[in-house]
Design a protein around this ligand. Structure first.
Ligand SMILES: *[C@@H]1O[C@H](CO)[C@@H](O)[C@H](O)[C@H]1NC(C)=O
Ligand SMILES: *[C@@H]1O[C@H](CO)[C@@H](O)[C@H](O)[C@H]1NC(C)=O
Ligand SMILES: *[C@@H]1O[C@H](CO)[C@@H](O)[C@H](O)[C@H]1NC(C)=O
Ligand SMILES: *[C@@H]1O[C@H](CO)[C@@H](O)[C@H](O)[C@H]1NC(C)=O
Ligand SMILES: *[C@@H]1O[C@H](CO)[C@@H](O)[C@H](O)[C@H]1NC(C)=O
Length: 469
């Protein structure tokens, strides 16, 4: 079935042009019926002509006599229509605006060489962008580069027509990017180091909850103390976004709401020494190291830069110990609004067991956790539902996935694909609120979907006794 879609839709642009050309040649074959066109394809247009007043000949141009190349796409009828003078004898396959436009036209501009696109005529040599590929009109055909695009209409259709438990969507912020660019700029967590992977899993001595609730969301238990998704844009720094967000939630929960500020990912991106210019990916070990040794100011104090990729994003402040176990920022906040440049620090991070029940216990007692996951191409299209990776032949070919870091904030159960009851995690991504379910996504729970349960990290806030409530 997938192959079918591929053949049908693959490189829709070229196919469309090809189909037009083939249709035209068919028309040429039909010469013996000299003045009778083959109407079968276009029958529907007769009835619709009156309704559609779009620009066809008006944007395409009018041609002299019978000119079989003088066609443009008539979208409403999913067919081609003609703009030549031949139309005067034989109306049904003419464009709806033929009469009104071409009749009044004094001059009949010759139909020059070139290519068609969306009913428009392009000169030979013109270039257009088709999603992530650029196309040039050459020899009356579009020649396009062959990148795999981040947004794939055929994949969206495949997911939405299948029963996979989630829906896919075209995102304008991803349209026009190649898949490689998506991987390069929208993720940004380095694969976990062997050191991180060999960390001992801590089975926290948490009270044995015999009945974990079927549904849990951290923001319901701790309203105002957990932090929603930010937008990393084209800054490959999920290493910083997920770490700052988990740390902020944990500090708020641990201080029982005394410190509820979100922490600054930009502080990490610009200042974390080994991850400098951290929009080119970074490691979460380094992020947690920085939170422990240096600390972060709030997101309000050190907000995201407009151009996160700018190389002049030098670190705007450092922190210094006061000798009594606390650190203080060396400079005021790099903005005029926020005055508090308080430094927040964390304990060394610890690894939570990959056991689903243990992760749930950790979240319900101590707050959200960080999860490292593998992102495949379909994930970028996620709109709603319970995500599971949907494989297709095309992606098998290039087998691409990259590491990403997100925040797990809860779980639930729902009737999902094929009407089965399915368990899911609720996770916060860092692609803004317009992505997914208000910036969050749900993903299958308990089956290590996309490695989501492989490496779960958390930490405590470093609160001194004077910080305790
Ligand atoms: C008209 O077009 C249809 C479809 O393209 C084709 O099957 C049919 O043979 C054509 N009829 C004539 C008379 O050429
Ligand atoms: C996807 O979104 C972009 C930007 O909004 C738009 O230009 C494009 O036509 C859309 N593609 C599809 C297949 O809907
Ligand atoms: C970010 O900067 C790097 C290095 O200067 C450059 O190669 C890359 O294209 C930039 N990315 C974006 C999305 O502008
Ligand atoms: C996960 O831990 C629970 C106890 O917390 C235990 O009952 C269960 O067997 C464990 N599952 C696996 C797959 O080890
Ligand atoms: C999750 O999957 C990855 C890769 O498939 C594997 O390396 C890892 O051990 C798995 N983790 C668990 C807890 O099953």
């Amino acid at each position: 079935m997938w192959t079918g879609y591929r053949i049908l839709i693959f490189s829709s642009l070229l196919t469309e042009i090809w189909m037009e050309r083939q249709y035209v040649s068919q028309r040429q074959v039909d010469q013996e019926g000299a003045f009778t066109r083959n109407h079968t394809v276009l029958e529907g247009t007769r009835f619709k002509r009156a309704i559609f007043k779009g620009q066809y000949c008006r944007s395409f141009g009018c041609c002299e006599d019978r000119d079989d190349d003088c066609v443009t796409q008539f979208y409403e009828a999913n067919a081609l229509c003609y703009c030549d003078k031949f139309c005067e004898r034989d109306i049904p396959d003419c464009c709806p605006d033929y009469k009104s436009f071409c009749h009044e036209e004094k001059e009949w501009p010759p139909h020059s060489e070139g290519c068609l696109r969306d009913g428009r005529h392009y000169e030979e040599g013109s270039a257009i962008k088709e999603n992530c590929n650029s196309c040039t009109c050459s020899g009356q055909q579009w020649k396009c580069s062959q990148h795999v695009c981040l947004m794939q209409p055929e994949l969206i259709e495949h997911v939405n027509n299948g029963d996979y438990g989630w829906t896919a969507q075209n995102y304008s912020q991803f349209w026009g990017m190649t898949l490689e660019e998506g991987f390069k700029y929208r993720l940004g967590t380095l694969p976990p180091s062997p050191k991180l992977l060999s960390m001992n899993e801590i089975t926290a001595p948490l009270p044995a909850i015999t009945d974990l609730p079927e549904f849990f969301v951290a923001s319901y238990k701790w309203p105002g103390w957990t932090h929603g998704p930010l937008d990393q844009k084209n800054c490959a720094a999920s290493w910083a976004f997920s770490t700052a967000s988990v740390a902020a939630d944990r500090i708020a929960i641990q201080s029982k709401g005394r410190y509820t500020a979100n922490l600054s990912p930009q502080n990490l991106i610009s200042c974390c020494p080994k991850n400098r210019h951290g929009c080119n990916s970074g490691s979460i070990d380094r992020a947690w190291w920085y939170l422990r040794k240096r600390g972060l100011v709030s997101h309000a104090c050190y907000p995201l830069f407009k151009d996160q990729n700018a190389t002049n994003n030098a670190c705007a402040m450092a922190s210094r110990s006061d000798g009594r176990g606390k650190r203080h920022a060396t400079k005021p906040c790099p903005n005029n609004i926020e005055k508090s440049n308080r430094i927040y620090q964390c304990s060394p991070p610890y690894r939570v067991s990959s056991n689903e029940t243990e992760i749930m216990k950790e979240i319900i007692h101590n707050g959200p956790v960080q999860a490292i996951m593998q992102v495949n191409e379909d994930f970028f299209h996620y709109k709603s539902g319970i995500y599971r990776h949907v494989k297709n032949e095309e992606s098998e070919k290039y087998q691409k996935f990259r590491t990403h870091a997100v925040k797990l904030t809860g779980w639930g159960t729902l009737r999902g694909a094929q009407g089965r009851k399915e368990k899911f995690w609720i996770a916060a991504n860092s692609w803004g609120k317009s992505w997914g379910e208000n910036g969050y996504f749900r993903i299958l729970r308990g089956v290590n979907e996309s490695d989501i349960e492989k490496l779960i990290i958390a930490a405590w806030g470093q609160l001194t006794s004077s910080d305790e409530p």
